[in-house]
Design a protein around this ligand. Structure first.
Ligand code: ATP
Ligand code: MG
Length: 386
């Protein structure tokens, strides 16, 4: 890898507009990762660097390169009544926040590529996008013209990252929520027209309100609450100010319940931020004591029930793994995906493969850290925390 650094340093220095020596230092540090995908190489930023967000990617083939900016962090609202009138200028578009994983789609060196939030070309997601949307995505990118980027959420059950059931996408689908042209977001109205025109899908839009009408936004969130959906992202129609996000109580608790299946992986870091969201929601929505007690019981259950179950599973089965199913139209992509995961330090195991009609359904297991902690605790009886 280091032997390639001099040439990569030239590219990185030009791409990010930084000095060559800074580029060299970055390439040799943990702030970047150099990866390969087919005939491409790419450099990923693992943190914010020189005004570029974490997850920024420099795609390279030969001497040719392209920078794809990382997706910016979206601030979270705790009090709609305060944040919305203060933050927005006049009107607010209420978009649904879908719960999957963030994917930037770009074209480079004749390939349609899917980039994860962290800035990696995911072979599986790239495969699925090409199978389902290749033509529409190509045409949309062409129409956008200057440094075009499509950004959306992959949702459904057939993915390696975030799996929740959506009736409109039980297996795998891609819902667009931003388009970029020349580094700038395309206004919401134009974005929706373009997405529609090219036969692609948008995240649902739940209305356009005046910023002082935060109660209407609260109403939208209440509706999503009843459907068990994640929440909303609030956007200025012309992106003059940055978006804000707000989630349902249902999802705040569901995330804790899911996370606590593996307490030493996601679980423990999930708890406090989500308790905080519930604290301010309760105050803003003037919950009765009865309501507070009902949600408190749910919260307590969400923390302890899955955690206790996970210890029992570990004791009874001697292991604790995450399992999911991916579908492939091409066996080579499975190989690519497994070696990609391994290169990121996640060794996956294939449990079974179902073949039929040009489609492979592959059941995969992903290791977790939690069982290592359980093993030590059960052996020593001592807490790893204090
Ligand atoms: P952040 O760095 O913004 O806190 P996070 O990884 O904690 O990101 P989330 O809390 O899920 O992520 O919120 C931001 C993410 O929401 C975006 O990266 C995007 O993938 C997802 N998202 C879903 N729907 C939308 C939408 N309509 N507009 C923007 N982002 C959306
Ligand atoms: Mg998300």
């Amino acid at each position: 890898m280091l032997s390639q650094s001099p040439e990569l340093a030239d590219i990185l220095s030009e791409a990010l507009n930084i000095s060559r020596s800074r580029a060299l230092t970055l390439l040799e540090s943990k702030s970047t990762r150099v990866m390969k995908y087919k005939d491409l190489r790419y450099i990923t930023l693992r943190r914010d660097v020189a005004g570029h967000y974490e997850g920024t990617v420099v795609l390279i083939r030969g001497g040719e390169y392209r920078v794809v900016e990382g997706y910016p962090h979206i601030k979270r609202v705790l009090l709609l009544s305060v944040a919305v009138p203060r933050h927005f200028i006049d009107e607010v578009i209420v978009e649904e926040k879908m719960d999957g994983y963030n994917v930037r789609v770009v074209e480079f060196a004749g390939r349609i590529l899917a980039l994860t939030r962290g800035g990696f070309i995911c072979p599986y997601t790239t495969h699925k996008i090409n199978i389902k949307y290749r033509e529409g995505v190509k045409r949309l990118l062409e129409e956008l013209g200057d440094e075009p980027v499509i950004v959306g959420e992959v949702v459904g059950m057939e993915n390696p990252y975030t799996r929740y059931h959506y009736p409109e996408a039980p297996e795998w689908d891609y819902f667009i929520f931003d388009l970029y042209r020349g580094g700038e977001p395309v206004p919401v109205g134009e974005r929706l027209e373009l997405v529609n025109k090219h036969g692609l899908k948008s995240v649902p839009i739940h209305g356009r309100f005046h910023k002082n009408d935060w109660r209407s936004i609260e109403e939208v969130v209440r509706g999503l609450e009843e459907l068990g959906r994640e929440g909303v992202v609030l956007k200025d129609p012309g992106y003059r100010v940055e978006p804000l996000k707000y989630t349902t109580s249902y999802i705040n608790i569901r995330d804790i319940r899911e996370g606590m299946k593996y307490p030493f992986d996601e679980g423990h870091t999930f708890i406090f931020p989500r308790v905080l969201r519930q604290m301010f929601k309760a105050v803003e929505e003037s919950w009765s004591l009865e309501e507070i007690k009902r949600v408190s019981a749910q919260l307590g259950e969400a923390i302890l029930v899955p955690a206790i179950e996970s210890i029992k599973t570990y004791i009874n089965e001697g292991k604790l793994v995450e399992e999911f199913i991916l579908t492939f139209h091409d066996p080579e992509v499975l190989e690519d995906f497994l070696s990609y995961s391994a290169s990121l330090g996640i060794p996956l195991t294939i449990v079974s493969i179902d073949r039929g009609e040009g489609l492979m359904k592959v059941r995969i297991q992903k290791p977790k850290r939690t069982p290592d902690y359980y093993k030590r605790i059960l052996k020593t009886g001592i807490s790893p925390l204090d």
